[in-house]
Design a protein around this ligand. Structure first.
Ligand SMILES: O=P(O)(O)OC[C@H]1O[C@H](OP(=O)(O)O)[C@H](O)[C@@H]1O
Ligand SMILES: O=c1cc[nH]c(=O)[nH]1
Length: 503
């Protein structure tokens, strides 16, 4: 059926196509059906919504489509029901635990990128991966398919370094320090980050507090050729476009299936043309990887996957048993990262992890002798060179390089929990910390989150402050307080752990 395009002033997070009730009857279309829009050689798929807000012979398009395809107001196109995507069959194969062939994986990824699969099918795919997993052949095929269905960056400034954390640990603002340290040493590091998947703030969410993270590939190329680094959101780019779509499903379920995580990370690194990649695997209770054995196995898979993609990968297994630094939540983490860069000093866990990872990259990039990387990284941080480079990154990406930590707005609704007894902090529950920060509104509310005053091993007296929750609304603050009361995020024990009476 022929129809006239009408661009609607609405974003739905999907390619929504609004069709008039009578037209829908004519072409046998129902709500949520997949519809095919043909305009010249271009075929675009969308989700049907039926409404008489559009006239007969008109179709309304949500603005999401315009981010990927150019349609003009009043353009005449042809619409027809789209059949069931062939990739549905392959998703069901994975549900039944069967191995997928390369072409079947490519079909799934292409249908995801072409928006032929809706959220319901994508969630089913992600769930099937969580339950049945992927072997190395499938992961390699998935990685290349994810990268090659999007744009690839071609940076001349070589060698190209990269760093990526599998995430999972609250407060992991580490790479916001690693990137400027490594770039200040003259190396090239075009860092892309995703938004939060299981945590309360992904690196892209945190950096967005300081500067713009949604840039085009051309802008990124210009910036990286000029200053050697960037800190951008992968999802804003047509870079492994399937990644941000599957991450939305992961975030809803708060899962990060192992095979998909490997492919998600390495596809972005492959698309950026990165040659030397350091992967951070936070390991410990309450994060994605709980044991050293699991961490080593995952490390081997990252290295093997890198080999298949022609990339040199090293892996740092890092302590993930409690939050990194003292703050959790986009604005609070941005404040802490900026403070640490400006003064060259900050929480031990943050500085140690950042200089440790940066040190490895300096050695991988050949600018520091073996074993001297961490020392060199510390000097770059303490000398203020890393802060200067961060100012360049902030400015080149469109932010204000003079931004001060105290100017960063944080939630003004606060509540502080204090120690119920004296004793020692024996455990900080990562999942509870993340849950509290998310209940408070993070990452959507940038100013939401929490600030820790204690870490494991520290002595506290009854009544000492343990942590403060920040929220941007009373309602959110109340939710976070209730969540904190239910979960006991910080455990304090005296030396007498339990008295067993003669009961
Ligand atoms: O912690 P969760 O939300 O599960 O994982 C997502 C985070 O992990 C990675 O961190 P980085 O960009 O390497 O710093 C991703 O980019 C993202 O920021
Ligand atoms: O970028 C990332 C980080 C963790 N897990 C993913 O799937 N992607």
């Amino acid at each position: 059926m022929k129809a006239k395009i009408r661009i609607l002033d609405v974003y739905t997070g999907r390619f929504t196509v609004v069709i008039n009730e009578n037209d829908a009857k004519k072409v046998k279309l129902h709500p949520e059906d997949l519809v095919k829009i043909e305009s010249g050689k271009k075929t675009v798929y969308g989700d049907v919504v039926i409404s008489n807000m559009v006239e007969e012979g008109e179709i309304g398009l949500s603005k999401d489509i315009l981010q990927v395809h150019s349609f003009s107001q009043g353009e005449i196109v042809n619409i027809a029901p789209a059949g069931t995507p062939e990739s549905i069959r392959y998703i069901k194969k994975k549900m039944h635990g069967e191995k997928l062939r390369k072409v079947e994986i490519e079909s799934i990824i292409k249908d995801i990128v072409d928006r032929k699969l809706r959220e319901i099918e994508i969630s089913a795919f992600v769930t099937a991966l969580e339950i049945n997993g992927l072997d190395m052949d499938e992961i390699a095929a998935l990685t290349v398919a994810m990268a090659e269905t999007g744009d690839m960056l071609d940076i001349d400034r070589k060698p190209i370094m990269d760093v990526h954390s599998i995430g999972g640990v609250p407060g992991n603002k580490t790479n916001i320090l690693v990137v400027p340290i490594v770039a200040a040493a003259g190396l090239t590091i075009p860092k892309t980050s995703s938004r939060a998947i299981t945590s309360a703030a992904g690196t892209a969410d945190v950096v967005e507090v300081l500067t713009n993270v949604s840039l085009s590939l051309d802008e990124i190329k210009r910036i990286v050729e000029k200053i050697g680094a960037c800190l951008v959101w992968g999802g804003a780019l047509n870079l492994a476009p399937a990644d941000d779509i599957t991450i939305k499903a992961e975030r809803a379920l708060s899962i990060d299936p192992r095979g998909l995580m490997l492919a998600s990370i390495m596809s972005k690194k492959y698309a950026m043309g990165s040659q030397y990649i350091l992967i951070d695997i936070p390991t410990g209770k309450g994060v994605k990887v709980e044991t050293m054995e699991e961490a080593r196995s995952l490390a081997r898979d990252f290295i093997e996957l890198g080999k298949r993609l022609g990339q040199y990968v090293e892996v740092a297994i890092t302590y993930g048993g409690q939050p990194v630094g003292h703050t959790v939540g986009p604005a609070l983490e941005a404040k802490e990262a900026l403070q640490t860069l400006m003064t060259g000093k900050g929480p031990g866990s943050l500085v140690e992890k950042a200089t440790g990872l940066a040190g490895i990259l300096l050695e991988m990039g050949g600018v520091a002798p073996a074993g001297m990387g961490k020392k060199m990284a510390k000097e770059i941080l303490e000398s203020g060179k890393a802060y200067q480079k961060m100012r360049e990154i902030i400015e080149e990406q469109g932010g204000n390089p003079d931004i001060k930590p105290e100017e960063i707005p944080i939630g003004d609704k606060t509540y502080t929990f204090t120690a119920p007894t004296s004793g020692y902090v024996t455990f900080i529950d990562n999942k509870a910390i993340t849950g509290i920060a998310r209940a408070a509104g993070a990452p959507e509310d940038k100013g939401a989150g929490l600030e820790l005053y204690v870490k494991v091993g520290e002595k506290v007296k009854e009544g000492d402050p343990l942590f403060t929750i920040y929220a941007e609304s009373e309602a959110r603050l109340d939710q976070a307080i209730i969540y904190a009361r239910r979960t006991e995020p910080i455990r304090i024990e005296g030396m007498v752990l339990q008295r067993i009476g003669n009961i």
